[in-house]
Design a protein around this ligand. Structure first.
Ligand SMILES: [Zn+2]
Length: 319
């Protein structure tokens, strides 16, 4: 997948489509005057001043308007080069996308306001796992004093069950060897979210309707679909109102991709909203980013939800 521009004014222009994927971006001296003119028209329509009008020449004036647009959309301004970020935002703007003028409402700007909530959930997951770890290290597992919510969550999301009892083939026993990898990953997710450089306000490379994406090693890119307001002009994007718990779930999911290089494989990357989540073996669940996001939400909320109301993103949990 790549970024696909959908504004009627732009959709048919192949140079703009390539520039929207930085392949290559457009800059001063751009030879494709038809594409430059379409860019200039969009900049003018969005309110970015260009005294000479849309003349098809990418000079300093157009570069300045691009810089102004980058600042307006919250991107780090470059030298007025029009690539994925500014073209993506202008494409949405031409389709009526208009984030509220004040406050953080989308992308990495909104993500920064969600970090404390995600960190609270991660902190509760770490605390619960640390309690289990302490119990294992000081005389073994004790069914009587083990926390029931923690036991349920470990079984639901990581397929870990108390040692010595019955277990399914997909399950593994709670032990230092199965708890420590979870603790290590949660601590790494915690560190990732404490690093502002790992949370980038951007346009996702996978498309304008992608809320967030992250390669191993980061950073996490948060795009327009990571949003707290509704945008659905022609039903070609899924930009929708998303509540803080769902935003936090996405954030924890993506941060797991940053720190676990096995988190993206087909066997591990199973959504909590699919039936396959129930039967994913422990060996894969411990790398599943959705398992981390939902376990942390479960430990924060300390209550079981019906299946239609899972802990992450989804229709059962709009807010
Ligand atoms: Zn993912």
């Amino acid at each position: 997948m790549t970024v696909t521009l959908l504004a009627p004014q732009w959709a048919a222009n192949q140079r703009l489509q390539r520039a929207a994927n930085n392949n290559p971006p457009m800059r001063q001296g751009e030879p494709d005057k038809a594409a430059v003119k379409l860019l200039q028209q969009a900049l003018i329509a969005a309110g970015f001043n260009m005294a000479a009008g849309a003349d098809g020449a990418f000079g300093q004036q157009t570069a300045n308007a691009v810089i102004a647009a980058e600042k307006h959309f919250g991107f780090t301004p470059d030298n007025g080069v029009a690539g994925r970020e500014v073209l993506g935002a202008l494409d949405l703007a031409q389709r009526g996308w208009k984030p509220p003028a004040t406050g953080a409402h989308w992308g990495g700007q909104l993500a920064r306001t969600i970090v404390p909530l995600a960190q609270r959930k991660i902190g509760r997951a770490i605390a619960a796992l640390t309690d289990v770890r302490t119990m294992l290290a000081t005389g073994g597992f004790d069914f009587v004093t083990a926390d029931g919510v923690t036991m349920t969550a470990l079984k639901t999301h990581f397929k870990l069950v108390p040692p010595g009892g019955a277990r399914l083939p997909i399950e593994a026993f709670i032990a230092t060897g199965t708890i420590d990898p979870l603790l290590a990953n949660f601590r790494a997710v915690q560190r990732t979210l404490n690093n502002a450089l790992m949370l980038k306000h951007s346009i996702c490379t996978l498309g304008l309707d992608i809320a967030a994406e992250a390669p191993f090693g980061g950073p996490v890119l948060f795009g327009p679909a990571y949003s707290d307001f509704k945008f659905d002009p022609v039903a070609v994007t899924n930009i929708d109102v998303t509540g803080p718990n769902s935003l936090a779930a996405m954030m924890m999911h993506e941060a797991t991709h940053v720190i676990d290089n096995l988190s993206g494989s087909d066997a591990t990357h199973i959504s909590e909203f699919t039936p396959e989540y129930e039967t994913q073996p422990a060996a894969q669940a411990r790398h599943n980013p959705s398992a981390y996001a939902t376990f942390a939400a479960h430990m924060d909320e300390r209550a079981d939800r019906p299946r239609a109301q899972r802990y992450g993103l989804g229709t059962g949990r709009p807010l």
